[in-house]
Design a protein around this ligand. Structure first.
Ligand code: SF4
Length: 488
């Protein structure tokens, strides 16, 4: 079933940069594991809305159920009722490698010499093509076209005795960004790439010896678990009847956590490396206000992602925080014709400007990031229609000038990035704002309270922490204008 057939697709005008996936695993004999997975899917739904899946293990076997669309469309009470098990793995997907088909939905199953297993993955392998060619040369045929299928095959073909060693074996061959959950009949495994680009953390369920892993700890609250720690770069955690243990599967390289998780991808109630995402976002707004003080009557955030940033800005600027838009939460892609003219009306369906707060006012509008600029331009036009006298756009991240190869869909390359094509004054003119400034990279990092060396910041500064092979798909624009930089 396609997205439009199901009628349960995500809002059509989410930011065009989307995180690839969310992973959740639970080892909890005696608990309602399938239902915990189901609830976790809702908590992680913001990380992927194309498909959802749950795999479960009962000591002997591993089975999975996958569906297209949002979690509530992929599963129902009846489909969960028969999943009475001890171990579960849940996954929500937004595709970056491989198309949006049921074959590419996760968790994906495989068979290792130690038994059946299933894998859920967040990230992107930069050596996908190379690994795929090698495996095909050995006679492997793939139904799925995603890099998760490569991982499944690498684990399945490992000569290691145990599933965790097979995962470690596969990690020596995989390059790129990956945070994965794996279940076998009697264990749950979590693993993170050598740079730790995508998030993965461990929690304890209800103070017991039962454990969970998740892309974000917002899912822990949903299932009654408490945060314990991050899975570190190159590390594997194994949870089974003996409890929790860990080992370093591959050497840790420079820690390169995606800074975009702090700006936009992660849910604001999540925490990463001890930092509250919500408070980091307020800090970005505060530093933006210090960096670029603006005389205005009200401060507003683009709903909903930029609201914490705007609250922080308003606090420091001492400008009253007001809502500029009311967001309609019930607009789905299925209601929107693919026709370009109607798509351009999309913002009107989703956002209604509040004439009562905007008319005659000078507004500082805060957004967390600008990718194409299309939506921003429409939002500013709507605010003008509602009578805003001045609109000063403040972006609480630097200009995005380079594509991401680590699990964010930037398939159009630099061509889709407005800051790769125009300088700031031209962007300001193009989107119709009275003024435009961006948070500096140093201030962005400062707002996280973590050192710069912890982060991947490549989409801002072209400092790619993991070498991008030349055969990765780059658009003609990328090749002609600014070769993607590579750092080892
Ligand atoms: S390039 Fe940007 S979006 Fe991609 S991992 Fe690095 S910081 Fe995150």
């Amino acid at each position: 079933m396609t997205c439009s057939e199901s009628g349960v697709c995500p809002p059509y005008d989410e930011k065009p940069w989307r995180d690839a996936c969310g992973v959740f695993g639970v080892y909890a004999p005696g608990e309602d594991v399938a239902r915990q997975c189901y609830f976790a899917l809702f908590a992680l739904q913001h990380r992927g809305q194309e498909s959802a899946g749950i795999a479960v293990a009962d000591g002997d076997d591993v089975i999975s159920q996958r569906g297209m669309g949002l979690a509530f469309a992929a599963f129902d009470e009846e489909s969960l009722a028969h999943l009475k098990v001890d171990i579960g793995l849940a996954h929500v997907r937004y595709s970056t490698t491989g198309s949006n088909t049921i074959e590419n939905a996760q968790p994906m199953q495989g068979m290792h010499s130690s038994g059946p297993f299933a894998v859920g993955h967040n990230g992107n392998l930069v050596n996908y093509s190379e690994l795929k060619a090698e495996l095909e040369a050995e006679g492997v045929e793939f139904d799925a076209t995603s890099d998760t299928a490569i991982m499944v095959e690498l684990i399945a073909r490992s000569a290691a005795d145990t599933l965790e060693d097979a995962v470690a074996d596969a990690m020596t061959k995989m390059r790129g960004a990956y945070s994965i959950g794996v279940i076998g009949p009697d264990k749950l495994i979590g693993a993170r790439d050598a740079n730790g680009v995508r998030p993965l953390c461990v929690g304890r369920l209800n103070g017991t010896g039962k454990y969970v892993i998740s892309s974000e700890d917002c899912a822990f609250y949903t299932v009654g678990a408490e945060y314990m720690r991050e899975v570190e770069p190159g590390e594997i955690v194994v949870i089974d009847a003996d409890g929790l243990r860990e080992f370093q599967a591959i050497p840790m390289e420079r820690k390169s956590v995606c800074i975009f998780e702090y700006i936009y991808f992660a849910r604001p109630d999540s925490h990463m490396y001890g930092k509250s995402i919500y408070l980091c976002r307020q800090g970005m707004g505060r530093l933006l206000a210090q960096q670029d003080p603006t005389d205005a009557d009200i401060c507003a955030g683009v709903p909903e992602s930029a609201i914490p940033h705007a609250i922080g800005y308003a606090q420091v600027a001492k400008i009253p925080y007001q809502e500029a838009f009311i967001k309609n939460r019930y607009i789905f892609r299925t209601f929107i014709s693919p026709d370009q003219r109607l798509r351009e009306q999309g913002v009107r369906l989703k956002l209604t400007p509040l004439r009562e707060t905007l008319a005659g006012r000078r507004v500082v509008l805060i957004d967390d990031s600008v990718v194409r600029g299309t939506t921003t331009k429409q939002e500013i036009a709507l605010m003008r229609e509602a009578g805003a006298r001045e609109i000063h756009l403040r972006i609480s991240s630097p200009p995005i000038r380079y594509p991401c190869f680590y699990g964010v869909d930037t398939s159009a390359g630099r061509k889709e990035l407005i800051a790769a094509q125009m300088d700031v004054p031209d962007i300001c003119k193009h989107i119709g704002a009275d003024s435009l400034t961006y948070l500096t990279l140093d201030n962005l990092v400062a707002a996280t309270g973590l050192p710069k060396k912890y982060f991947c910041t490549a989409c801002f500064d072209k400092r790619y922490p993991i070498k991008v092979p030349s055969d990765m798909k780059l658009s003609k624009f990328d090749l002609e204008t600014d070769k993607v930089g590579q750092t080892d």
